[in-house]
Design a protein around this ligand. Structure first.
Ligand code: CA
Length: 395
């Protein structure tokens, strides 16, 4: 029997060319890997991303599927960041993305919140495994933006989900079957907002080692401007036969025949801090009950978190965005926020001003260009609605 382990790993983080500090954090301790991209005033973003990756030091809980175990660590990180942001003035409003990978036998399990990304590089092809929790990605999914428009969109750094703002966070998880030779890339948006996936693919294809690939990715993002902190974590999956595990030096790996055991075996003893048997206690029946019941609540809280992020986050600019549309009575209306509705029917906008003009009074050829939900500044929206009310726009 053979097993898969993380054979070659590398991590690099770089401040980039324009930021003064680096708010990204990374975690590499096979079989667990993570990238976090913090945000918040002063050094709060740095603290948030560091807290996020530190949560993995205690290891994964014992119970549940690999996805559940990884997601529980993310929830744990979220609770800690939220608690500190609530109780420590200097950390108020901090948040972070978190994308984590766990190599579990023949699968890589991913847990993900925010707009950092996980990719699979296999046979020269690059496949994105995660979906960004970002405004532009949601607009793209609704067909409001093309892939190219999303990549260039000025609001592309606005995220709709993060660790920190709420006591619970909705964590996306997935499990990807892997085979020997596969490379997994985790990265912050400082990489993917600067260079295209095509360039990332080319760099991975050309680099002789993962370390060289990591360096080339950072260099590529910096050469393109380096507007943000850049972090990359890479690991290659390799098959290891039983014979290797049977070597005397590998005895400490124990009886488990999975990726976790193999990776533990591969590391020197002092690094074996990811003890899977400690750090977590078995949840009580009551907690389990709340775990199930909590899913719906968590989803609702996630929506509330989005609304909070969009509406209240100091680093999110949506309150300054307006658009024109038509209300339920067919009246031209100025809305504040974003022109779309979240799951559960929660709108990401609020009525700012209801005009005295019915949409039907505007010539139909102008109507489609004026009421098309284009995002505007407050002054632009105000000027436009004034012109409409004064009848200055009549075709
Ligand atoms: Ca970033």
């Amino acid at each position: 029997m053979s097993i898969l382990r993380a054979a070659e790993t590398t991590q690099r983080t770089d401040t980039g060319r324009q930021r003064r500090g680096n708010e990204d954090s990374a975690f590499v301790r096979a079989p667990v890997f993570a990238v976090a991209d913090g945000m918040g005033g002063a050094q709060a973003g740095e603290v948030a991303s560091q807290l996020a990756v530190e949560a993995f030091e205690a290891g994964l809980p014992e119970d549940g599927s690999p996805e559940e175990r990884l997601a529980e660590v993310v929830q744990r990180a979220n609770r800690r960041i939220h608690e500190l942001s609530r109780t420590q003035h200097e950390h108020a409003g901090m948040g972070t993305t978190l994308t984590a990978a766990y190599l579990d036998g023949g699968h890589v399990v991913i847990a993900h919140v925010g707009d950092s990304r996980a990719y699979l590089f296999r046979d020269g092809q690059l496949v994105r495994l995660t979906q960004d929790h970002s405004l532009v990605e949601e607009l793209r999914q609704r067909g409001k933006l093309t892939e190219e428009e999303a990549a260039e969109h000025p609001q592309r750094s606005i995220i709709t989900r993060a660790l920190g703002p709420e006591p619970d966070v909705q964590v996306d998880t997935l499990s990807q079957a892997v085979r020997s030779g596969d490379v997994i890339l985790l990265c912050s948006d400082g990489l993917t907002s600067m260079i295209s996936e095509k360039q990332v693919r080319q760099i991975l294809a050309d680099a002789p080692t993962l370390q060289a690939a990591g360096d080339a990715l950072i260099d590529g993002a910096n050469a393109a401007g380096g507007k943000d902190n850049i972090t990359v974590v890479l690991f290659r999956v390799e098959e290891v036969g039983d014979g290797v595990l049977d070597q005397p030096t590998m005895v400490t790996a124990g009886p488990q025949r999975n990726g976790a055991a193999a990776a533990t075996a591969e590391r020197p003893a002092p690094a074996a801090r990811l003890a899977r048997t400690q750090g977590f206690t078995r949840p009580s029946e009551r907690e389990r009950h709340f775990g199930r019941l909590g899913k719906t609540v968590a989803a609702l809280v996630a929506v509330a978190a989005v609304v909070f992020l969009i509406g209240g986050g100091g680093y999110l600019a949506s309150r300054q965005l307006y658009f024109l549309g038509t209300n339920g009575q067919g009246i031209v209306t100025v809305y504040r926020g974003f022109p779309y509705v979240l799951p559960f029917g929660v709108p990401m906008y609020e009525t700012s001003y209801v005009s005295g003009v019915a949409a039907s009074e505007i010539p139909s050829d102008r109507r489609s260009t004026l009421l098309n939900h284009d995002l505007r500044s407050q002054s632009s929206a105000t000027n436009l609605i004034n012109s409409i009310e004064r009848g200055q726009i009549s075709g």
